[in-house]
Design a protein around this ligand. Sequence first.
Ligand code: SF4
Ligand code: SF4
Length: 265
Amino acid sequence: MYVIDQERCVKCGLCLSWCPSEAIVGENPSRFRHSLVYEKVYIDPNKCIECGLCVSEERPCPFYAIYDDKVGLPVLEPADGTKYSKYIYKYNPEADNYYARFFGEEYYREDSNVKQMIAELPWKWITRIDGDIMPNCNFYVAHWVLPHDEPLMSVGHPPHIHRDPEIIMVIGGDPENPNELGAEIEMCFGPEMEKHIINETCLIYIPPYFVHCPWKPLRTWKPWIFVEINQGLRHTEKVYNQMLPKDVVEADPALDFFRDDGFEG
Ligand code: SF4
Ligand code: SF4
């Protein structure tokens, strides 16, 4: 039999809508400021079909108040000041070197120019995380872009797709004028490579398998923040250099930076 522990339950009513047989009953709802609060929430054993949905991972009671009495009330470890520390992630570039992970052995090879290329970038890494670092967490990256007078790279980040939807946030760093980016970036969209100039704070949505880029920061006169969110547990990227002129591709060593990541074949 499924029951609700009345001490743990905060009577929010969230579980009422989940139950397929309307077995969860909420009595006398009211508002406590803006919070919906019932006088009592309980499970009617005559209606409960014991489907288990109200104790599933998809529909959890945030307060772990619902339980199967054959299993017992979930035991909660005491919150001793460290219980939830695992959710606060501080990026440590020594322990989690993004470039070393991305380039693999090539990063460490003595004849590789990867470290040199990275050192010359006007970027300051802020943080990154993905499902390997935090279970079930999507991929996020954030870095500053510092002033530069010349375009970064002749081609830029070449055309590519991602398996999952992507959000790119382009955030101006001036709190007095947050819409001002202080930079110009050239970006192409679609198989037609429709060209746009990004010069204000904005958010760019990239649907799954939508070909986009080159992404080419032309110049930056005020530091701004770049945030990339791949809405999957891991970053994926499939590169389409064949959309660019052959001679241009062959002449740009920076294109070594960009390679298929997370796509098979
Ligand atoms: S979701 Fe949990 S806390 Fe909210 S009413 Fe249901 S049992 Fe109570
Ligand atoms: S076990 Fe299924 S039927 Fe019973 S209260 Fe939970 S959701 Fe409703």
